[in-house]
Design a protein around this ligand. Sequence first.
Ligand SMILES: [Zn+2]
Length: 193
Amino acid sequence: MIYGYFGSVPGSPHQRGYHALRGNGKTLSLTFTGYCDHLAGRRVISNYKTTFSELVSTEIIADMIQEDDLKDVTILLSELQLYLNSLGGSTKTIRKFIGSVVGQSRKRNVDIHYDTQRYQDIHVRMRVQTDRIFIPRKYHYDGSPCQFDRCEKPHIVWLYQHEPYLEEPLMALKPEVIGKLYDSNELVLMKWD
Ligand SMILES: [Zn+2]
């Protein structure tokens, strides 16, 4: 299956009012679902550093997706649009990559989770193949939505599902707990030095 975590999805009923766009909990949600898979005994590979996954650069993960015969693995790709953009305007290359993602995700217990800031930033081919689309929303303990990117108050992240649409949030996540599983200041690993 392919899962996408977005900072914003224009027109989604879950996108009401003003919310901080950056740091709204998408990588937090990505990390949490990967951690659940890890606890279930699955191999987890990510393009950013966590306490439980294998750190592999985005390009190498892309190679694995396109060339290896993956099975029983969960792949976490943060900021997927950076990789797609790095492919330039080559439609053929993008189609090959997305075709491989789809092919791998439809077999042998392979799950691919990605996050990105804006829905529009992800290639339309990738979007239509994404099985589940999530929108995390960050709130304070008093129920008010967080509107600031760099806010020091304690938060609760409610994970909403936009596609297929679910009215109620799937779960509530505590950043102060799940944040310990990864370094939220760490950049996505794009290339080995
Ligand atoms: Zn806040």
